[in-house]
Design a binder for this molecule. Structure first.
Ligand code: G3H
Ligand code: ZN
Length: 295
C-alpha cells in the first residue's frame, strides 16, 4: 500500500486532488468508502474534534484500518481541525494518518510558534503522520449559515504562506483563498456558489512549495475547483454537502416507510444520498486535464 505522502505526490504529478470527506457515523463512512471503491481512487476520511467525540477516536481508527486491510484499499484517516496538542497526541496514538493542527484563530506569530512545537511532538511519536497547518480566516462550522461572514481581511498572502511553512515544518498548508466553511442557504438551493482566488492559490503554491489543502469545499463552483487543483491544491475538504444529503436521505426514507423500525432498512437511502455526492465530487477532483483538447 502506498503511503499518503506518495499518493499526494502522485496526485500532484497527475494534476488531480484527493477528496477529503468528513464523517461522524457509519452511514457516512460506508457512503464515502463505497464511492471511492466505485471510482477506484484513494480517499481521505476526516473527523474534527466534535466528530471524533461522537464516533470515538480509537473506534473509528480501528474501523477505517479494518476497511483498508480487508479490501486492500487506500482509505486514509485525518484528525481534522484539531485545536490542542493533547487532542493531537490522542489521534497520533490511535494511528491517524494525518492531522489538521488548526491554530489559525491565534495571532500569526503564535500560530507559527505553537504549530512548530506540535509538529515536533507529533512526529516524535508518529513519524509518518502528515501534519497540516492553517493560516488565515475561513470561518467555522460545516453548517447552513444565514449570512456570509466577512473574510476579506483573513485572506492569506504568499509571504505568510512561505514564512509559515518554513517556520513550522508542516507537510501541508491550508490557506484562506476565498473558501469558507459551511454553506449559505442560497448555496444549498443551488442559487449561489463559492468562488476562489485562483491566482492567489498559484502564488501561495510557488512561495510555499508545500502540499495545499482547500477547506470549505461545499458549494464551490465546479470550474473554480478544477482551476484550484491545476493551480496547486492537493486535497479538497467536503463536509456540509454530505450533511445535507445525509439529512435529506434520512427524511425521505422515514417518510416513505413510516412504520419501519429496522435501522438497516431505514438507513440505506441515506447512504445512497451521501454516496451520490461523494461520487460526483471524486469524479471532479480526479478528472485529469487534457490541455490540448481544452484548447
Ligand atoms: O474540514 C472540513 C471542511 O473544510 C468542510 O467544509 O463544510 O464547507 O465542506 P465544508
Ligand atoms: Zn475545514
Amino acid at each position: 500500500m502506498q503511503s499518503l505522502r506518495d499518493l499526494l505526490q502522485a496526485a500532484q504529478d497527475k494534476g488531480v486532488a484527493l477528496g477529503h470527506f468528513n464523517i461522524s457515523d457509519l452511514v457516512l463512512l460506508k457512503a464515502v468508502f463505497a464511492a471511492a471503491r466505485e471510482r477506484n481512487v484513494p480517499v481521505l476520511v476526516g473527523l474534527s474534534e466534535g466528530e471524533r467525540e461522537f464516533a470515538g477516536t480509537q473506534q473509528i481508527a480501528a474501523f477505517v484500518r479494518s476497511l483498508r486491510e480487508e479490501f486492500d484499499f487506500p482509505i486514509f484517516l485525518n484528525a481534522d481541525h484539531t485545536h490542542s496538542l493533547a487532542k493531537g497526541l490522542e489521534a497520533a496514538k490511535a494511528g491517524f494518518d494525518s492531522i489538521v493542527f488548526d491554530l489559525s484563530a491565534l495571532p500569526f506569530a503564535e500560530n507559527v510558534r505553537q504549530t512548530k512545537q506540535a509538529v515536533e511532538a507529533l512526529k516524535s511519536i508518529h513519524p509518518a503522520m502528515l501534519i497540516e497547518g492553517e493560516i488565515g480566516d475561513i470561518g467555522s462550522g460545516s453548517e447552513i449559515h444565514e449570512t456570509a461572514p466577512d473574510l476579506v481581511k483573513g485572506l492569506s498572502t504568499p509571504e505568510e504562506a512561505r514564512q509559515f511553512v518554513e517556520g513550522t515544518g508542516v507537510d501541508i498548508l491550508a490557506p484562506a483563498v476565498g473558501n469558507m466553511h459551511g454553506m449559505l442557504l442560497s448555496m444549498v438551493q443551488g442559487k449561489a456558489k463559492k468562488r476562489l482566488h485562483i491566482e492567489s492559490i498559484a502564488a501561495i503554491k510557488r512561495a510555499s512549495g508545500a502540499f495545499l489543502t482547500l477547506h470549505g469545499g461545499s458549494g464551490t463552483d465546479d470550474e473554480d475547483l478544477r482551476e484550484a487543483i491545476a493551480a496547486g491544491i492537493n486535497i479538497v475538504h467536503i463536509n456540509t454537502e454530505l450533511r445535507v444529503a445525509w439529512r435529506r436521505g434520512l427524511e425521505q426514507s422515514l417518510a416513505s416507510q413510516p412504520a419501519e423500525v429496522v435501522p438497516y432498512k431505514i438507513l440505506p437511502p441515506a447512504i445512497e444520498a451521501v454516496e451520490a455526492v461523494v461520487n460526483s465530487r471524486l469524479e471532479l477532483f480526479n478528472r485529469e486535464r487534457h490541455f490540448a483538447q481544452e484548447g
